[in-house]
Design a protein around this ligand. Structure first.
Ligand code: ADP
Length: 162
């Protein structure tokens, strides 16, 4: 059976941590969809359209990647696009417990779906979109954490110049 992978997440915004995982994933999977979660209950900094546009811009050199968005359950979305692998990142022990629970729940809902976990390069193990948002909101330098295009979008959002 052909392998089709999904990399789901909020990507609010996409960071070098996400890109690290994408580079690793593209070495393994030929067909990979980045799926931006549309969650009306979670207040996001960037709209889904803005997030998709940023992802498109900074992943243009990756040939294995498609970009999409989804709402509702991941298992239903996976069924809809015929995906059988979900990629998730593991940064620290803190990620483990949640991911472990989600993996088993998702498997009980869709037994065709397997989760693949990846560790980023050590310099990104502490990096999250929420830290980036927080830093940018205080006009901090985020250039080590996000591509220049995303940095520009953060500056526009929080209306500051460097
Ligand atoms: P979510 O809201 O689903 O956690 P995120 O956009 O924060 O969405 O993350 C999407 C996926 O990318 C998750 O599996 C998360 O663990 C992973 N991820 C995010 N940042 C990093 C990072 N710095 N290193 C490795 N994986 C990461």
């Amino acid at each position: 059976m052909k392998t089709k992978a999904i990399y789901p997440g909020s990507f609010d915004p996409i960071t070098f941590g996400h890109l690290d995982l994408l580079k690793r994933s593209c070495k393994i999977f030929e067909d990979l969809t980045i799926a931006v979660v549309v969650n009306p209950h979670k207040k996001a900094l960037f709209s889904v359209e803005e997030r998709v546009a940023m992802i498109r811009k900074v992943t243009s050199s990756f040939s294995c990647i498609k970009i999409d968005k989804f709402d509702g359950l991941l298992v239903d979305y996976a069924r809809k696009i015929n995906a059988n692998v979900v990629i998730r990142g593991l940064r620290a022990i803190a990620d483990f417990e949640y991911e472990f629970q989600m993996a088993l729940v998702n498997r009980s809902l869709n037994s065709r779906l397997d989760m693949v976990y990846m560790m980023p390069s050590v310099e990104y193990t502490y990096l999250s979109s929420s830290i980036v948002r927080e830093l940018a909101s205080l006009q901090g330098d985020v250039s080590k954490f996000v591509p220049a295009y995303v940095e520009k979008k953060l500056r526009e959002k929080f209306k500051y110049a460097r």
